[in-house]
Design a binder for this molecule. Structure first.
Ligand SMILES: [Fe+2]
Ligand SMILES: [Fe+2]
Length: 410
């Protein structure tokens, strides 16, 4: 993480520009510059939002892509900064938490302006701790021309009267540009030039963002048949059957929750998740050393916790899997972790509920939840697993505890 303290600590006034920035566009930049000029703030801090916590939300481009595009877009303006505060915070994002966090690293007398769409002003009273929020910062409601101002002014007036807060209004013509329009144009192959900075356009093209990837094939170096052949000679028959079950179940879950791409990745991650589980101890130690698998104290005592982490490295080197998401799904299939990707959750859950599992208490409920709500299934399985581990006097990995905490509180 960048040292944000060094960048903000001496500023007397800061404007915060929140948003998903999927992608950031010239409308955002023009708005930020206009606010900076009108309110004479020292800095404008762009604050890309984290991943939405609930699957019901529309799919948002990966945090790091959105963050990097924001960095690229703002790099030529010395008064613009980009903060990772929201990106790095797991779970749902509340403005109040962000403002409080910023306050901690700024001068005590800093004046904060929070830039937000006019639509948000109508809903501001439904936000977390609205009264406190309104005392902590000024609000700048920005709109494109043609917005129905009458209702907005009514709301602003009411809030001003009630909370003696400062809400400003600003019309920015460049806000006619919208991120959703840019995504649509990109998908249709229409130009986005001059709507986004050149660097952002280049970045979008380099990574093929915003193209409908529903039908895109994922390329793996080895064919499925080759992977299965290799796998069969590396693990026991029983494990191989389990592995096929996990792959099938993972694909089924991906059919419901994901894209065609996710299904292909789910098949490979399911197949390979236990690829290092039957290694004899000496071999495991040798590979751990060779592949530089970091083990911690708990893993060294509870050695069955090593196979997912080693498995990810084996998948990479022996099975030539390069997809980071697939590797992470293998890596975290036993412990879990907070804020898992769709694929990670799918493989974790499929490992627990695959059809070849012998019946045990909680299996039916886990299966029911898996096809209802992945996050609820995660919480349920983690809780059961932790209980099971404790009952057997085995060591619990802290990642599992953190994961349970995370999924219980969603
Ligand atoms: Fe496993
Ligand atoms: Fe497994």
């Amino acid at each position: 993480m960048r040292n944000e303290i060094a960048n903000f600590k001496d500023c007397k006034s800061i404007a915060i520009m929140g948003g998903t920035f999927d992608p950031i566009h010239n409308g955002h930049l023009v708005t930020a510059e206009a606010v900076r000029h009108r309110f004479k703030v020292d800095r404008v801090v762009f604050m890309p939002a984290g991943q939405p916590a609930h699957k019901a939300n529309k799919k948002v481009t990966h945090n790091e892509h959105r963050y990097l595009m924001t960095v690229l877009a703002t790099m030529r303006n010395e008064n613009f900064e980009v903060s990772r505060i929201e990106i790095d915070r797991p779970g749902a994002t509340y403005t109040i938490d962000t403002i409080e966090e910023l306050k901690k690293i700024c001068r005590p007398d800093v004046r904060l302006y929070f830039i937000t769409g006019a639509d948000a002003i109508h809903q501001i009273m439904t936000w977390k701790q609205p009264e406190r929020l309104l005392t902590l910062c000024d609000f700048v409601a920005v709109t494109r021309p043609g917005y129905d101002r009458a209702k907005l002014f009514e709301d602003i007036g009411e809030i001003r009267e009630k909370y003696a807060s400062r809400i400003h209004y600003m019309e920015v013509p460049a806000l006619a540009i919208s991120s959703s329009d840019i995504r649509e144009r990109e998908q249709k192959g229409e130009p986005i030039k001059y709507l986004v900075p050149q660097e952002v356009e280049d970045y979008i093209h380099k990574f093929g963002l915003y193209h409908d990837d529903m039908a895109k094939e994922v390329k793996f170096m080895l064919s499925l048949e080759t992977m299965q052949e290799k796998l069969q000679s590396a693990i026991s028959v029983k494990r191989y059957i389990h592995t096929l079950g996990v792959a099938d179940e993972a694909v089924k879950l991906a059919e419901i929750y994901g894209t065609t791409q996710d299904q292909q990745k789910a098949r490979v991650a399911g197949l390979l998740h236990d690829c290092a589980k039957d290694y004899p101890e000496s071999m495991r130690q040798r590979f751990c050393k060779e592949y530089k698998v970091k083990t911690d104290e708990i893993m060294n005592k509870q050695t069955d916790l090593i196979h997912p982490f080693l498995g990810a490295e084996v998948a990479k080197r022996e099975y030539q899997v390069m997809d980071e998401d697939v590797l992470n799904a293998i890596r975290f299939h036993t412990t879990g972790r907070p804020n898992m990707s769709l694929l990670e959750k799918i493989v974790f859950i499929a490992d627990y509920i695959e059809p070849n599992r012998e019946k045990f208490g909680g299996l039916d409920e886990a299966r029911r939840l898996a096809y209802l709500d992945l996050d609820k299934a995660m919480a349920y399985i983690l809780e059961n697993t932790i209980e099971y581990v404790k009952a057997r006097g085995r060591l619990l990995h802290p990642l599992s505890v953190e994961a349970l905490e995370y999924y219980k509180n969603l």
